[in-house]
Design a binder for this molecule. Structure first.
Ligand SMILES: COC(=O)C(/C=C/C1=C(C)CCCC1(C)C)=C/O[C@H]1C=C(C)C(=O)O1
Ligand SMILES: O=C(O)CCC(=O)C(=O)O
Ligand SMILES: [Fe+2]
Length: 361
């Protein structure tokens, strides 16, 4: 069952942050100013910025010997278990494709507002141009413009939302999405192996996987200490693939041991994170980790995010192989379509959405 749009909801006026920024306001509109407890810490976190594990995909697929392959699988396992995040290098996606996709996204955001507004994200929905996850007039807004599209399978696409400008946008997103889909498939095989499972276990459980793309554009903000680029959340997907803009500016932060750790972009690498689905399937062994984006005083930032998830038809729950008397079942079985609907009809609020599946103890 696909997530259905909500009945009309009142979200008040959602200012377009790129337009707001044009007037270089020294005072930030109240709706963007976070409560004191939510404001970002912009000072460098105590951990070194490169603490996020790095996984070399070429060592997984064609390591020189068994030791090299096993070593990399072990790295992958540690990354998924302890961090929920890693950066993947040598991922086999052409760098020219990463670049052209980034250029397309950037060109789209630089179009006049009237052009972008031809593809509006209706309140309560998640596809199109605008701000997703806003459900009330008093909800704080993120310092971000988003453009999101359902990609696969075809029935989740809304062709009216695929832009005609810039030329080649749709073509590029299609080619990019096919490559990212292959990468997700392959990573899931190695993730299965890292858990001691058959390599096709996830592919069999997912059916025809749902894939969506979201481009996030964060303009500079004169008071980055007061606003958030993107509210803290975990992703509802199985895997998320994030491409950070070539400007290489830090903005993504992940919550590790109660402190926000910045993810320093590695040129040409992709950031991968475990989503709620893998947390549930592994009975919490591999975790979907809370993350957020912060803004910068002078620099803008672009991220291109792919969500890869099971088909809406699939019924999911923790895998038998990962439960025993020491690891009792932590999540109930549910239909992924229902989880998707729950996810997209709630505001981003840390890992709250996953309570949908948690067995209360
Ligand atoms: C922060 O997460 C999201 O924005 C998001 C949205 C994904 C979607 C679209 C942009 C359009 C098509 C539907 C879909 C919900 C996939 C996250 O995606 C995750 C959340 C769930 C649930 C999921 O399956 O992927
Ligand atoms: O822009 C980023 O770095 C974070 C994006 C993200 O977490 C998301 O789109 O779900
Ligand atoms: Fe995310």
């Amino acid at each position: 069952m696909a997530p259905a749009p909500l009945s009309p909801i009142k979200v008040g006026h959602i200012a377009d942050v790129q337009e707001l920024r044009k007037s270089k306001p020294t005072t930030i509109p109240e709706r963007f100013v976070r409560d004191k407890t939510e404001r970002p810490t912009l000072a460098p976190a105590p951990l070194s910025p490169n603490a996020i594990p790095i996984v070399d995909f070429s060592k997984l697929t064609k390591g020189n010997n068994d030791d090299e392959v096993h070593g990399e699988i072990l790295k992958l396992a540690t990354a998924c278990e302890k961090w929920g995040f890693f950066q993947v290098i040598n991922h086999e996606i052409e760098l020219s494709l990463l670049e052209s996709t980034e250029n397309m996204a950037e060109q789209f955001f630089m179009l006049p507002l009237e052009e972008k507004q031809k593809y509006p994200m209706a309140p309560g929905t998640v596809q199109g141009y605008g701000q997703a996850f806003v459900f009330s007039e008093d909800q704080k807004l993120d310092w971000c413009n988003m453009f999101a599209l359902g990609v696969e399978p075809q029935h989740i696409r809304n062709p009216k939302l695929w832009p005609t400008k810039p030329a080649k946008f749709s073509e590029t997103i299609d080619v990019y999405s096919r490559e990212v889909r292959k990468l997700c498939n392959n990573l899931l095989k190695y993730i299965a192996i890292s858990l001691g499972l058959r390599q096709n276990v996830f592919a069999e459980m997912f059916g025809v996987a749902v894939q969506a793309i979201r481009m996030n554009y964060y303009p500079p903000c004169s008071r980055p200490d007061l606003v958030l680029g993107l509210s803290p959340h975990s992703d509802g997907s199985a895997l998320t693939v994030l491409q950070q803009g070539k400007g290489n500016s830090i903005g993504l932060q992940i919550l590790k041991d109660n402190s926000w750790v910045p993810v320093k972009p590695i040129p040409n690498a992709l950031v991968i994170n475990i989503g709620d689905t893998i947390e549930v399937l592994t009975n919490g062994k591999y975790k979907s980790v809370e993350h957020r984006a912060v803004t910068h005083k002078e620099k803008d930032r672009l991220s291109i995010v792919t969500f890869y998830a099971p088909s809406y038809e699939m019924e999911l729950g923790p895998m038998q192989e990962l439960m025993d008397e020491n690891n009792p079942c932590k999540y109930r079985r549910y239909n992924h379509g229902e989880y998707s609907k729950h996810y997209v009809t709630n505001k981003l609020q840390g890992k709250k959405t996953l309570e949908f599946a948690k067995i209360q103890t």
